[in-house]
Design a protein around this ligand. Sequence first.
Ligand code: ADP
Ligand code: MG
Length: 633
Amino acid sequence: MTAETTPGAAPETRGFKAEVRELLKLMIHSLYSHREIFLRELISNASDANDKLRFLSIADPALLGDEKELGIWIEHDAEAGTLSIRDNGIGMTRDEAVAHLGTIAKSGTAEFFGKLTGDAQKDSQLIGQFGVGFYSAFIVADRVEVRSRKAGEHAADGVRWESAADGDYTVETIERAERGTTIVLHLKDDAKEFADAWKLRQLVRRYSDHIAFPVHMAKQGAATLEFEAVNQAQALWTRPRAELKDEEYVEFYRHITHDGSPPLAWSHNKVEGKREYTSLLYIPSQAPFDLWHRDASRGLKLHVKRVYIMDDAEQFLPMYLRFIKGVLDSSDLPLNVSRELLQKDPEVEAMRNALTKRGLDLVSRLSKDEPEKYRTFWKEFGQALKEGVGEDFGNRDKILPLLRFASTHEAGDEDGVALADYVARMKEGQERIYYVLAESRAAARSSPFIERLRAKGIEVLLLGDRVDPWIMGQLHEFEGKPFQDAARGDLDLGKLEDEAEKKASEAADEAHKDFFDRVAAALGDGVAGVRSSSRLTESPACLTRDEDDIGEQMRRMLAAAGREMPAGKPRLEVNLTHPLVERLQKVEGEDFTELAQLLFDQAQLTEQGQVANPGDYVRRLNRVLVKLVGAAA
Ligand code: ADP
Ligand code: MG
């Protein structure tokens, strides 16, 4: 024991970490209008502390000592203007109090601060999403005192932590008989209303009914101090669905996620029989900032026979449903279950399959019943859900109807078209579902590859997301209709093409054979061949690839993942009716080579967003422009 931690030594004063100071200021400022949330946060922490102790006592029952009933106590003193929240849970050591109350340990704090704008309205939403936690006490209190003793430690090793939110806090070691933590708020003058019995009861009921531990308050009118539980003290998911109000589900969601925005939808189910468990799954209304971090925490809050076991149990849902939050309470898993055991347990595998279906059903229900909310859902989580096409072959039939696409039949870049919509309005004689891949939806919309399809009024799905090439590579058909990449192969329009058109284009190909050979010779080994285009109506040229070539977008995706793979050589397709191509047929020598090369460069630009050699391209283009300017002068 060092001198500092000896009971009776002078309190030690320390400074808050800079980000804590910043957060405190922001929070007090931006959450002022719903400041009563501090109570929910502190009760939530007390409940977590009790959960943790109960969990640890499974392996070490002595930790509970003779105080086996876990609970939460709220006391107030209207005259002194104080309010205290006490639990008899895990408690904190002195070091833990310093570590947990003086810093923000949560992962992603730096990113969080990066996003703050200084605009109170926007920031309060962000703060709500991030979870305000312990510091919310300072919204209503100008001084906060924490006294705690860790379960299993001696009474002499208690800690007292205190701060007036002015940048410093003090810690000292104290003698404390009680296990767990007491938080005393010295209420600000304008927050004295929170030292009122009626008000407190009302808030506890609103915010903490679902907390699994009794929240006690002094019995009113009793001669001596007697406590009574003011909440239901029953874990929400154990109560029958019919009895639960929407607000209660929303409040519980806040408790487990720290997300201030209400969820889009939820699904609460009890499974009985061979396997017994209850699940409560939620779809949030906003993607967390770390949805795309591979190591972000995800998964359900796991309980076994109502005892809290762990957060972020990942094994019960697949990666592509990582946005789902919720709790799972199993009656069959052992209380000492660990992450390692979860990975091996065949029961877990079976539950995962069932929960995956539940999750997909929940999404599906939202898509059918609440199209507005589904749009929000798709915007926030569509990209993640899409991964399921490749990841979860068994559920593909459930996933495909949930996908949404931008399309040539809808204005704007929003994904609004379901495959079923597309199929329902396919043209007479149309056999395929056409799509085009590009760097963005906007680029897809103006892609030369779909000029002819568009001219014929055939709908094309516009794909511009990073994962799309990979997703589409896995998809072959929907309801018997094959998918067709507009940039690949021969773009066979089947019955959509009339015989005369087909004959004319074959004849044109035949008649221009020599011309194509000359263009190919001018381009050297950059291309696999030259032919007339069945796709273009406005652009002079484009590059196409065979069905089995990996293609440019896919090549880039693989390269980004560290797998270099050469794409095959593209074919140059030219639009014989375009003035530039008509002109090309009439020139010779250097002019011919230069113009042919320019057509190729342009086609490369539209396919890949870049040319192989920008310097050459610019010089070439300028030579042509100079000639033009000369001719005009
Ligand atoms: P969070 O609850 O999301 O972790 P908080 O800001 O609410 O964030 O709390 C910070 C940390 O302080 C908790 O993770 C916990 O370690 C500690 N803490 C807060 N309240 C208590 C309590 N009543 N008992 C034990 N530890 C607590
Ligand atoms: Mg908390």
